[in-house]
Design a protein around this ligand. Sequence first.
Ligand code: PMP
Length: 444
Amino acid sequence: LSAASSEAYDANAALFERAQRRIPGGVNSPVRAYRSVGGAPRFVRRAAGPYVYDAEDREYVDLVASWGPALLGHGNPSVVAAVKAAADRGLSFGAPTEGEVELAELVHDRVHRLGRSPIERLRLVSTGTEATMTAVRLARGATDRPLVVKFAGHYHGHSDGLLADAGSGVATLALPASAGVPAEIAAQTLVLPYNDEDALRLAFERHPGRIAAVITEAAAANMGVVAPLPGFNRFLVETAHANGALVILDEVLTGFRVHPGGWWALDPDGALDVDLITYGKVIGGGLPLAALGGRASVMDLLAPLGPVYQAGTLSGNPLAVAAGLATLRAADDDVYARVDAASQRVQAAVTAALTEAGVAHAISRAGNLFSVAFGVTEAPRDYDEVRAQESWRHPAFFHAMLEQGISLPPSVFEAWFLTAAHDDRALSRVEEALPSAARAAAAA
Ligand code: PMP
């Protein structure tokens, strides 16, 4: 460790100790605690463009991007200006605003294929968890059926019914599910292997007339990245509809990140006839905002028009809406071209470094999202294959990068996130750090 980095470690470690006395595990969301890689998490003081700065003001190239929202990079001036201007007009009204209407119109117009948008209506909530929880309730209300199908390794937030075999932090901590979810509630969720058409067909055969919805990540990115196999999303939609069930496409992570219209607009299977789509992360540009949208006939079952209840004191908060509008308005084709190019450059450097160090690996991609699977030669297709990798190589790799000022996701079950602000300086630093990290992974 250099003097600078050992100093930085001390300041972060001191804060972590203090945090653990008053905050469970020292963090307000589990993966931040670095449990699977060890050591004290970096306490972030500020962030700018592609960089975050820790408690010692040490600079890191950030490949976490707030777990997705920072598509434009941190502190984009147009987004910050929009939030400041909104704050000057008041923080929260509990009344409708013009900005909410603009955002619903913008999403409708942005998410389209051949002139058709799947987002006829949009309701704003504050977190992705609320978006998927509400979508599930809506699907049950629309079909008057109890069961929901989800896929192992997919993460849809932390509502009771969706935590079984979940990805993200649940996978990082190797929990099969969460304590505190009654068996009666867990039994309402059928967990199937991802990318497995037979398993889906069988589930509908076994539970005729009882499945309200299939919820799926548009492209899975919470067990590392696992793209849907060609034809799987289309099969899923057709099978669900043939059996009277709805499809909820969860784009909380992929929405407005992999393409201006999200994965829905990019899916190689074409325009999927899904019923509901959930958004989060990029749609709020770094403030707490998420949404569910879809077919008018289903969305209009929400209160006050229909019998399915959902509400929120801070839903459609004007600062969050301002951040979301400014982010989406700035996210033009050039932004996506830069994120895609930055992602490809990092992927190429990772492969070169790991190959040079003799570490078998596969880069798993979905659009500009990717993750690195160690000790395998083909990208994993489901949660079992993800878990079969040599994930024990990751902590050494992660820490070698961190010591060189590169902040990676602290788990193999998370995607790497690039932003439009990752310029040549930031990307060169990643390239320079990779060879020794790859050697650390080889020696692990
Ligand atoms: N769905 C997906 C696909 C996600 O990636 C996440 C968060 N990582 C969520 C839902 C939950 O969103 P939030 O953390 O905002 O509740």
